[in-house]
Design a protein around this ligand. Structure first.
Ligand code: CXF
Ligand code: ZN
Length: 373
C-alpha cells in the first residue's frame, strides 16, 4: 500500500514528508494505523548522528494506533485492537525477558539497525528500502512492526494520550520509580524538565520524595514542573550554579537521587549531576550521550569512599507488556498526569516545525496527529 511518512535521507537534513510504499505484514508482524506520535529528542539524535542509523530511515518511536492487519502467525492482537507501540520489542523468552527485564530483551539489539527483524525492509522509497526507528517508524500514517512491539490497551483510553506512553512517560517515570526506587523522604534532582524529565519529576513526587529539584533553563517548563508535576524547587542553571542550589535545597547533604534527562547528556551536565550527589547517592543516567563520549567525570575515589552509585537506564527499566497498561491505569485513576505534557500539536507536514520548537526549548512534548482515531 501507499502511505505518507517523514523520512530522514541524511545526516543534518530535515525530515521529508513524502509518499512511500509499505509492504504487508510478515507472519509475526502487524500493520498499525497510527493515531499520534510524540516528538522525542532521540529521533533528533538520528539527525545529528548521536544515534547512528542507516539512511533513509522513517523516524518516530513514540506512538499509538489501531491494528489494521495481522500476519498469519499473530495471536496476541487482531484488527481493531488499540495498541501502544513499544520502542523495545519484548520477546518474552530471552533471559532478560524471563527475569523481568524486558527493556533489555535480546531483540533490542536490532532497534537501530535499519531493517526489520528478518533483515528486510517494509518501507520503500522508490527502489530503496527505508529503515524504521526502533523497528517502529511512527512518523507515518501507517506502519508495519513486529507483534512483540505492540502492547494492547483498553479502547477507553484516547490514543493521542496513549501515544505518550510509548517512550517519554515510562522512560522518565521508570527512571525514578524502577531504577532509582525513590523512597519517601528522599531528595531528588532532575536535570532537564522536558518530555522525559517531567515524568521523572512526577515519578519522584508520587514516590514520596521530600525534595524534588527541577533544573531547567526554560521558564515555562520550570513553572509547570512546580505547579503541576510536583517539583518542590526549580532552578534556572543559566542564572545560578545548580549544584549550589541542590546543596541549599538539601540542607547541604546533596541529593539522594540525581536523574539526568537533558536533551543531550553533555559532559558538563553529567558532571553537575554527579557533583550534586550526596553520600550514598544514586545517579540515574537516562539521556543519550553525544557520540564519542568515553568517560564519566567523577573521581573513582569519591565513588568508593562516599558509596555513590551510577546507574544507567533504558526505557525507565520498564517491562512494556506490564508497565504500559499499568501507566494507563494510573492515568485513568487520576494518579498520572499525561495531558499536561503536550505543549503543541502538529500535522505530519509540520514535523520539522515541531522539532524547531523542541530545540528552542519550547516543547515538553510536541505531538503529531496522524488520524482521527
Ligand atoms: C532511546 C534510547 C536509545 C535508542 C532509541 C530510543 N530512548 C528514548 O528515547
Ligand atoms: Zn524517546
Amino acid at each position: 500500500m501507499k502511505t505518507r511518512a517523514a523520512v530522514l535521507h541524511g545526516q543534518n537534513e530535515q525530515f521529508k514528508v513524502q509518499e512511500v510504499d509499505l509492504d504487508p505484514p510478515g507472519p509475526h508482524e502487524v500493520r498499525v494505523r497510527l493515531a499520534a506520535t510524540g516528538l522525542c529528542h532521540s529521533d533528533y539524535h538520528l539527525v545529528t548522528g548521536d544515534l547512528p542509523m542507516p539512511y533513509p530511515v522513517i523516524g518516530g518511536h513514540e506512538g499509538a494506533g489501531v491494528i489494521e492487519e495481522v500476519g498469519a502467525e499473530v495471536t496476541a492482537v487482531e484488527p481493531g485492537d488499540h495498541v501502544v507501540l513499544s520502542f523495545i520489542p519484548a520477546c518474552g523468552h530471552c533471559r532478560s525477558c524471563a527475569v523481568g527485564h524486558s527493556n533489555l530483551c535480546d531483540l533490542g539489539a536490532n532497534i537501530l539497525a535499519g531493517p526489520q527483524l528478518d533483515g528486510t525492509y517494509r518501507f520503500h522509497v522508490g527502489a530503496q528500502g527505508a529503515g524504521q526507528m526502533c523497528l517502529l517508524g511512527t512518523f507515518a500514517e501507517h506502519t508495519v512492526v513486529p507483534d512483540v512491539s505492540v502492547v494492547k490497551i483498553d479502547r477507553s483510553v484516547p490514543l493521542r494520550t496513549a501515544a505518550l506512553i510509548g517512550c517519554g512517560v515510562p522512560t522518565g517515570y521508570g527512571a525514578a520509580v524502577n531504577k532509582a526506587k525513590v523512597r519517601p523522604g528522599e531528595s531528588v534532582v532532575v536535570w532537564g524538565a522536558g518530555g522525559i524529565g517531567m515524568n521523572a519529576i512526577q515519578g519522584a513526587a508520587t514516590s514520596g520524595a521530600r525534595v524534588v529539584v527541577a533544573v531547567e533553563p526554560d521558564e515555562a517548563k520550570r513553572k509547570l514542573a512546580y505547579e503541576v508535576f510536583g517539583a518542590t524547587h526549580v532552578v534556572d542553571p543559566t542564572a545560578v550554579d545548580p549544584v549550589d542550589a541542590v546543596l541549599e535545597a538539601t540542607w547541604n547533604r546533596g541529593a539522594d537521587v540525581s536523574i539526568a534527562t537533558p536533551g543531550v547528556l553533555t559532559q558538563a551536565i553529567l558532571a553537575q549531576a554527579l557533583q550534586a550527589l550526596g553520600k550514598g547517592g544514586r545517579a540515574v543516567l537516562v539521556a543519550v550521550p553525544p557520540a564519542g563520549a568515553d568517560h564519566l567525570p567523577i573521581a573513582p575515589f569519591d565513588v568508593v569512599m562516599f558509596e555513590r552509585q551510577i546507574l544507567g537506564t533504558v526505557y525507565g527499566s520498564s517491562n512494556p507488556f506490564s508497565d504500559i497498561p499499568q501507566l494507563i491505569d494510573l492515568y485513568q485513576s487520576g494518579k498520572l498526569k499525561l495531558d499536561e505534557l503536550v505543549t503543541n500539536t502538529y500535522s505530519l507536514d509540520q514535523i520539522n516545525e515541531g522539532y524547531e520548537a523542541m530545540l528552542a526549548g519550547r516543547n515538553i512534548r510536541g505531538l503529531v496527529i496522524l488520524s482521527d482515531d
